[in-house]
Design a protein around this ligand. Sequence first.
Ligand code: MF3
Ligand code: CO
Length: 248
Amino acid sequence: MIILKSPKEIDRMRESCRIVTEILELLKESIKPGVTTLLLDEKAEKEALKRRAKPAFKGYSGYPFSLCCSVNEQVVHGMPGKRELLEGDIISIDFGVILGGFYGDAAITVPVGRVGKNAEDLIRVTEESLGAAVEKASAGNRLSDISHAVQSHVEKRGFSVVREFVGHGIGRSLHESPQIPNFGSPGRGVTLKPGMVLAIEPMINEKGSDVKILEDGWTAVTCDSGLSAHFEHTVAITENGPEILTKL
Ligand code: MF3
Ligand code: CO
């Protein structure tokens, strides 16, 4: 069952989402060669608490950190640690908070210093695919129109879509119905309605789409060690079309 949110509830989600966005912006400014992913995690947690928001991921299914930091071939759910970022790396940072009973969730992929042409293209195309997906998040469209928008944008440009992870409804829970794959034919699934709030999150690989989970039980990596990028927005479907609640 998809839980619809009233305009007042969407106002509250706008607050949690604004905090997520502000913190991702701060973290983005801190991303430089030499910085550890643990420092980013500590900063994310501190800045959330300062705003009276609670990090959403810490303790979720036993995840021990506030932030997910996925570097290079890591797809999602990379765990912060003593690893120092190097010039030429790319890093996806995924962050969520809960405030006033409602969650916000977003992710960006950021180059560390100067990166290779393919890394740059992958980041750009992944962000564009999220834009294309959001445009389809309008009342009257079908759920898989979102999925198809991501897949067609990405595959036309020679990149591949991760199948194992999906976007999701969001509200009083971090993960609500529906699941939102990033691939599929258009015109399938539920009809989108005002009041639905969706976390749309394409995860896109430079080479093959296959991923595996490392021994730590969390970190997803590409099987062929190609790069991977991830962007996520929390989006409300309104009478006037999609509203990105986590707009940078
Ligand atoms: N943005 C991710 C998601 O929506 C982050 C979840 S990480 C976890 O699923 F640790 F909370 F699982
Ligand atoms: Co999410």
